[in-house]
Design a protein around this ligand. Sequence first.
Ligand SMILES: NC(=O)c1ccc[n+]([C@@H]2O[C@H](COP(=O)([O-])OP(=O)(O)OC[C@H]3O[C@@H](n4cnc5c(N)ncnc54)[C@H](OP(=O)(O)O)[C@@H]3O)[C@@H](O)[C@H]2O)c1
Length: 254
Amino acid sequence: MKPLKLLILGGSGEAADLARALDGDARYDVTLSLAGRTKDPALLPGTLRKGGFGGAEGLARALAEERFDLLIDATHPFAVQMKANAIDGARVAGVPLLAIRRPAWSPREGDRWIMVESLEAAASAIGQDSRRVFLTTGRMELAPFRKAPQHFYIVRSVEAPASDELPPRMELITARGAFNVEDERALIEAHKIELIVTKNSGGAGAAAKLDAARALSLPVIMIERPDLPEAPSVETVADALAWLERAHGRASSA
Ligand SMILES: NC(=O)c1ccc[n+]([C@@H]2O[C@H](COP(=O)([O-])OP(=O)(O)OC[C@H]3O[C@@H](n4cnc5c(N)ncnc54)[C@H](OP(=O)(O)O)[C@@H]3O)[C@@H](O)[C@H]2O)c1
């Protein structure tokens, strides 16, 4: 039997973990698709394609023309557009879809979270008085904070934002997770950070800053998850691998 052609929509830790878990597995021929925002993405096994498909129709066309058998949407929890495109594209092309949707973080005892619905609301929730803010929302999403220039921002992102996108008073840290709690605590203390702004991405890789904030009794402005369209989904890479096993079992007995 020929290997099953799998397209993974990437841009998350799960996508990378899934690509690594399938490395050398002759049952699958894996292509990992990235939006192309990161110039220098982590090296991963499998075929890599970069850049958009051209909406749901473009994705449906690529699925059909390149004869993909399976689609896994492993995009970031805030990548709402691509999640919708995955559902529509898979339906039109008649390709089975699975989404990996990691659970959101929820507050624990000792947490001082301020829940907000948007980046704009996060920027205004910091308040009028000048604060030292640890900003981990991603380099594409700094515009609302430029409108709150009274604060000093410690901006952490995987790659440096364009200089005209940065808030006027800031220090940039480029780093790729996962992060550990000791280092997060040391960073918070060294930079005299007074509060943290983050999206509720969930997952282990970025959670250490929340543990450090709890230990230091620091407030966290938490941008809540967007509403996501319904799709067949699992929470973990292990469950996605089990779904693939089942798909392979069905194809080999057909
Ligand atoms: N949003 C975040 O907070 C965040 C955080 C970390 C990582 N990321 C990752 O960064 C990428 C872009 O995120 P976003 O929020 O801008 O996405 P989005 O708003 O949901 O998608 C915008 C467009 O980007 C293209 N795209 C997105 N993911 C793609 C993929 N894996 N392969 C090919 N094209 C893709 C699609 O273009 P076409 O319509 O032309 O196909 C899509 O319509 C995603 O892969 C996401 O997982 C996002």
